[in-house]
Design a protein around this ligand. Structure first.
Ligand SMILES: *Cc1c(COP(=O)(O)O)cnc(C)c1O
Length: 389
């Protein structure tokens, strides 16, 4: 027996006694996470297998192929990153930005600012173009900014979750080729809910997440990189300044070499595989239409309650709606009551829109007329309650 005499006594100060875990059931209608599909949850709830097991390797191929379908791309380098959407976001910048590279970022909401922060940390010479929160850039705005700054990379958020606006991408890729610049698209709140044609739009790098339009738990995030971006990666003078997200190392695992890099989040891969299987079964066109129809039902219902949307209909996202908080209503009190009395989570405003809007996500499995009705009924009741208080 090992002597315990030489060791200090174990300190039990932090040894709390817990009951087995219980988790409240919520209807998640905020900016994310959304509820995961029960089929996806069932898929996750199995024993892990090894990340080099032939069954796992086959699953990786399935995930890669279905991600290409979901994004409408043929990029070889298409795989999920072990981390949330921000990790996949960071992966795009880490791989193509070298210190001193000029990076132009379109800022029209919170996530544009996050791109600025990340690009700065990789030593980019960051330039920004701005639109008010809730609006989008025109092709003329983009051409003028490319001509002024001559960047190596342009990053734009397709679906700005802080504002509910959809940035049109048609023609942006052509402009970027004209100015010899790479194009990064944030498709975190659009993938699986809003039309995306990555190759047609000539997008060079894109990223997304699992917990919004794909109805999967958070923690595994789609990433893709096209041939022009791979070329820039191969021309690098300096190593990618992030070992975990280095696409050159990761592709040795995701490609045919199958070289160990890090232990894959095996159960999350099961989840994503099933989420993508369900998406492919439904089909992209049908899925996009479902999201658009559900959103329009919601917008009509809001109008019936006398509530307004922050974004013009033309650029409104079907996946995320910013609802204007009526004069004299305490926005946070409404969020609190929705959660405590109706088990419904919606989001509050971020940054410039804090206190001014609620953010309602109708994504993936939650894009359904039943959920809209549940929310509208509860929202109407709660707003009256808060007004009367
Ligand atoms: C949610 C979101 C992110 C970040 O994703 P996480 O999964 O929260 O890390 C990035 N960009 C946009 C537009 C988002 O909505």
């Amino acid at each position: 027996m090992t002597s315990t005499l030489s060791r200090p006594a174990v300190n039990d100060q932090h040894r709390t006694t817990l009951a087995p875990l219980t988790v409240p059931e919520r209807l998640l209608l905020g900016p994310g996470p959304s509820n995961a599909d029960p089929v996806v949850i069932a898929a996750m709830n199995r024993q892990p297998i090894g990340h080099l097991d032939p069954a796992y390797l086959a699953m990786m191929d399935e995930v890669q192929e279905l991600l290409r379908y979901t994004w409408q791309t043929s990029n070889t380098l298409t795989y999920p990153i072990a981390g949330t959407g921000s990790a996949a976001m960071e992966a795009t910048l880490a791989n193509v930005v070298e210190p001193g590279d000029r990076v132009l970022i379109g800022v029209k909401g919170y996530f544009g600012n996050r791109l600025v922060d990340m690009a700065t940390r990789y030593g980019a010479d960051v330039r920004t173009m701005h639109r008010p929160w809730g609006e989008v850039f025109s092709l003329d705005d983009i051409r003028a900014a490319l001509a002024e700054h001559r960047p190596a990379v342009l990053a734009l958020v397709h679906a700005e979750t802080s504002t509910g606006a959809r940035q049109p991408f048609e023609g942006v890729g052509d402009l970027c080729r004209e100015f010899d610049c790479l194009l990064i698209a944030d498709t975190v709140t659009s993938l699986g809910g809003v039309p995306i044609f990555l190759d047609d739009w000539k997008v060079d790098l894109a990223y997304s997440c699992s917990q919004k339009g794909l109805s999967c738990p958070p923690g595994i995030s789609p990433f893709t990189m096209g041939p022009r971006a791979v070329e820039k990666l191969q021309r690098r003078q300096s190593k990618v300044a992030n070992w975990y997200l280095d696409a050159d190392l990761l592709r040795k695992y995701w490609g045919s070499d199958r070289v160990y890099h890090h232990t894959a989040p095996v159960n999350l891969t099961y989840a994503l595989r099933e989420a993508l299987r369900l998406l492919a079964e439904e089909g992209l066109e049908a899925r996009w239409q479902r999201h658009q129809q559900t959103a329009e039902t919601f917008w009509e219902g809001l109008a019936d309650l006398g509530l307004k949307c922050h974004v013009e209909k033309e650029h409104r996202l079907p996946t995320l709606t910013t609802v204007c908080v009526p004069e004299g209503v305490d926005a946070k009190a409404v969020n609190r009551l929705l959660l405590s009395e109706h088990n419904i989570e919606i989001g509050g405003g971020l940054g410039e829109l804090a206190g001014k809007v609620w953010r309602v996500g109708l994504m993936g499995a939650n894009s359904h007329p039943d959920r809209v009705e549940t929310l509208l009924t509860a929202l109407d009741r709660v707003i009256h309650q808060v007004r009367a208080a």
